[in-house]
Design a protein around this ligand. Structure first.
Ligand code: NAD
Ligand code: IPM
Ligand code: MN
Length: 357
């Protein structure tokens, strides 16, 4: 018998508190041998008792859980965003979840704002470096509040960090097929090495070197500005994209737009062999929170990624098929333009569809 896998659940703030219960309903319907434990880390807890991450919280997650499911963090009452930084970036950095994998897959042509694009045309993945770059928050502000104020935000790129994420992207390309079953065969490295020469140089050299180990995979390069234009003009050309932390953040919101918006996009923060963390790409969306209108599909598809990571591929596939069916039958929230249901009703429909098989 497969041993039960343990999943820590952190719904977080805003719409995270609405989409995660729907994702859990669907997860339960899929029937994989998993048990979930919820944690209240987030703005409410922080405002109540000042806790962001409880003592030894990350060590506890690693020791006691096989995977983590997260909603979103961010609350207008916490203007410093300190809790989000300590919890979300804390997990990514302190648990060393170095590959942020963000698939971009168009389920139905109706979801894409571009003309003449069919579902099969958009099926790529962005592998975002997740532990370095400008996100390390190294730097400082000097002479604050004076006319001589100086703000420095360092961009930290290490050989080890760049190499491992590039290697992850090539391995991903080798091991994962597209959703129509065809092989992946290209890895594109995206940077701004024409202007940011020090960091860009390291990425360029490392990419060239690692790509030689994968002669069957085509290695390509694009500057990030040109890539944004190409993503809108011709997204068919992309397969696997690897990039740094900040460019990865930006281009995956753009890419989410191609697949129906932020409500549709899933992600995994992964360190192979360790407890990894899975979350929808969207944030806590305060203006729409508490209204039962947030799209739960990004969170639901995130549970499919999580199940795949735990080795439950057939249960993951059931979830993906049910979401696809919901889109085709217009059983969706309004943000993607095809349906009229609420967050809970979409979750319920998808869960029932998963149960029917
Ligand atoms: P956001 O992703 O919350 O929202 C951006 C836009 O997309 C808004 O118009 C929102 O209504 C819409 N949207 C997002 N998710 C949706 C969904 N599931 N269904 C329907 N519409 C959806 O980004 P933001 O507004 O820039 O940030 C809000 C807060 O969330 C901030 O505090 C930010 O720091 C935080 N944030 C957290 C995460 C995370 O925890 N992973 C990610 C991004 C932003
Ligand atoms: C994301 C978010 C985060 C990021 C924020 C909330 C710090 O935008 O997960 O994409 O920039 O990584
Ligand atoms: Mn983002």
């Amino acid at each position: 018998m497969t041993p039960t896998k343990r999943i820590a659940v952190l719904p977080g703030d805003g719409i995270g508190l609405e989409v995660i219960p729907q994702a859990l309903k669907v997860l339960a319907a899929a029937g994989a041998p998993v048990e979930t434990t919820e944690f209240d880390w987030g703005a409410n807890r922080y405002l109540a008792d000042g806790t962001t991450v409880p003592a030894n919280g990350f060590a506890m997650l690693e020791r006691e859980f096989d995977a983590i499911l997260v909603g979103a963090f961010g609350d207008p009452r916490v203007s410093t965003n300190i809790h989000a930084k300590e919890i979300l970036l804390g997990m990514r950095f302190k648990m060393d979840l170095y590959a942020n994998v963000r698939p971009v897959c168009l389920l139905d042509a109706s979801l894409c704002p571009l003309k003449g694009v069919e579902a099969k045309d958009i099926d790529f993945v962005v592998v975002r470096e997740n532990t370095e770059g400008v996100y390390t928050d190294a730097g400082g502000v000097f002479k604050q509040g004076t006319e001589d104020e100086v703000a420095i935000q360092e961009d930290i790129n290490t050989r080890k960090g760049v190499e491992r994420v590039i290697r992850y992207a090539f391995d991903y390309c080798k091991k994962h097929a597209k959703s129509d079953g065809t092989r992946r065969n290209k890895v594109l490295m995206c940077d701004k090495s024409n202007a940011m020469t020090h960091a860009g140089g390291l990425w360029q050299r490392t990419f060239k070197e690692i790509s030689r180990e994968y002669p069957q995979i085509k290695a390509e390069h694009m500057y990030v500005d040109a890539l944004c234009m190409q993503m809108v003009r011709d997204p068919r050309q992309f397969d696997v994209i690897v990039t740094n932390n900040m460019f990865g953040d930006i281009i995956t919101d753009l890419a989410a737009g191609l697949q129906g918006g932020l409500g549709m996009a899933a992600s995994g923060n992964i360190h192979p062999g360790k407890t990894s963390m899975f979350e929808p790409v969207h944030g806590s969306a305060p203006p729409i929170a508490g209204k039962n209108i947030a799209n739960p599909m990004g969170a639901i598809l995130t549970t499919a990624m999580l199940l795949n990571d735990l080795g439950f591929a057939s249960e993951a596939e059931k979830i993906e098929n049910a979401v696809l069916d919901a889109v085709r039958q217009k059983k969706t929230t309004q943000d993607i333009g095809v349906g009229t249901l609420g967050t809970k009703e979409v979750g319920e429909w998808v869960a029932q569809r998963v149960k029917r098989g």
